[in-house]
Ligand binder design. Structure first.
Ligand code: UDP
Ligand code: UDP
Length: 466
């Protein structure tokens, strides 16, 4: 309670996402909800950003939220051997490294912010580098974990697997303490299994450092991943683990809506269209894209397909005909629409005509599908996506054919894709279950809901009286 001799100052938090739109989106949405909760927010981003999608998204956000202070974190030039190394051929991964390499610049930047910071919220990808810096500044450090609690349990437990044997020796099935379901070795992000890869080294280091942060914010909610959240918070997974704070689903902002009309969707019957999109940075091979096209035809469903042919959008310049073969678009025009470019995914998922979502199971996409009550056919392509797909399947939010290989592995045939889509679109139980989960999600962020309460509690903790 403030009195005449003291006044309450808005808690000032700085947010620092790593690279890739999937990370920026969740940080920006959190920033927007912190502004709503009367936090003062500074958003720090690595400069230059990798993709056009990130630059445009950031610019839109900053013009919609002029009260947010934006700081460019000017990256030092890459170490020439890193830039040339095969391990860093993914430009988003190279960017993580550039941010880490530039980390000596962080302390002066954080110290220069005014009013002084109450907390720093950064990305799991950067935690082993940033936690020692914030500890030195005596600044509370929260991690925003951009994936599901299932993945967090793995990130937290992974170092124990390594410590036991002094080498990474992963059993076929991992039994994480406190969890009733096992994690299959085949779900683990492939790069982690290559012990020499910098991603595996970072994953281990970041996992170890997690215990030193003040709390881990999660884009999930209590009634979705209940058991995992409880096990983490009761210290069953790792003794002395910091508070895991579900604050999701972190909602899309108004500015994300595109002023596009959905004329084509408007003409389709309710629940008849399957929407296909693999997030912001996943491109299937041309051969796999053509099998997917064949699968869509074989499914006999109407479809809206967002086609991505290159990982980084700036390079995605080929015409649709060149990617899918001349004549494909024309041959499906009564049933399907293929779009190349950025779409308003929230707008599509909320459209009454959309009845299913073929997704790589990126966690943002999963939470958005839940928010709009759309069943998912999870087709994980890399990273944490099989861990997210396992959540989709476990809680009846969609289907996952777990024999389908990662991106770049064995080709998935059109016939199998067609069958899976047909099953997705015809499964009434899935629709029912995902509608129930949608209601739960909405309760979690409404006044008095679990995620909303967690955010209010965080604010109280960070409130400072001067
Ligand atoms: N997205 C979008 N339009 C597109 C492609 C993606 O709005 O054309 C958004 C999508 O709604 C989600 C994010 O980009 O919020 C992708 O995040 P996700 O975690 O699903 O996957 P990632 O891109 O990180 O692999
Ligand atoms: N992750 C982690 N520790 C790390 C790096 C990543 O726990 O040091 C998790 C995080 O949840 C991330 C996921 O692993 O989302 C998969 O990483 P990926 O390479 O797929 O990156 P993303 O698609 O999230 O950019």
């Amino acid at each position: 309670m403030s009195n005449s001799s003291s006044k309450t100052q808005l808690p000032h938090v700085a947010l620092f996402p790593s690279s890739g739109l999937g990370h920026l989106i969740v940080f920006v949405r959190l920033a927007a909800s912190l502004v709503k909760q009367k936090f003062q927010v500074t958003l720090i981003t690595g400069y230059p950003l990798v993709s056009d999608a990130e630059s445009k998204f950031l610019a839109h956000f900053l013009s919609a939220f002029p009260q947010v202070i934006s700081k460019d974190f000017h990256l030092l030039p890459h170490d020439p051997s890193t830039a040339k190394s095969d391990s860093y051929k993914d430009p988003f991964f190279l960017q993580f490294e550039a941010i880490r390499r530039s980390s000596p610049l962080l302390s002066p930047l954080l110290s220069s912010l005014s009013p002084p910071l109450s907390a720093f919220i950064s990305d799991i990808f950067l935690s082993s580098t940033f936690i020692p810096i914030t500890a030195h500044l005596h600044l509370p450090n929260y991690i925003l974990f951009p994936s599901c609690a299932n993945m967090l349990s793995l990130a937290a437990y992974f170092p124990s697997l390594v410590n036991i044997t002094e080498e990474i020796n992963i059993p076929e099935e991992i039994n994480i303490p406190g969890l009733s379901t096992k994690i299959s070795k085949s779900w683990i992000p492939p790069l982690i299994l290559d012990v020499t890869h910098p991603f595996a080294i970072q994953f281990l280091e970041n996992g170890k450092k997690l215990v030193e942060c003040n709390g881990i914010l999660m884009n999930t909610f209590d009634s979705l991943e209940t058991e995992t959240l409880k096990a983490l918070n009761e210290g069953k997974v790792i003794n002395g683990f910091p508070p895991v704070i579900p604050i999701g689903p972190v909602l899309p902002c108004e500015f994300e809506k595109q002023v596009s009309s959905f004329t084509w969707l408007d003409d389709q019957p309710d629940g008849s269209v399957v929407y296909i999109c693999f997030g912001s940075r996943t491109a299937l091979s041309r051969e796999q894209l053509r099998e997917l096209g064949d699968g869509l035809v074989k499914s006999e469903c109407r479809f809206l397909w967002i086609l991505k042919d290159k990982k980084v959008d700036k390079e995605d310049v080929a015409e649709i005909d060149e990617v899918l073969g001349k004549g494909f678009v024309e041959s499906v025009k009564d049933k399907g629409l293929v779009i190349k470019g950025w779409v308003d995914q929230g707008g599509i998922l909320s459209h009454r005509a959309v009845g299913g979502f073929v997704s790589h199971a990126g966690w943002n996409s999963v939470t958005e599908a839940i928010w709009h009550g759309v069943p998912i056919l999870a087709w994980p392509q890399g990273g944490d996506q099989k861990m997210c797909a396992a959540v989709v399947r476990r809680f009846g939010l969609g289907l996952w054919v777990d024999s389908w290989d990662w991106n770049g592995g064995e080709l998935v045939k059109g016939e199998d894709i067609g069958k899976a889509i047909k099953e997705l679109m015809g499964d009434e139980n899935l629709k029912l279950q995902v509608t129930n989960t949608k209601e739960e999600a909405r309760k979690a962020v409404a006044d008095g809901g679990s995620s909303q309460n967690n955010l209010l509690k965080l604010r109280k903790e960070l409130e400072i009286c001067i």
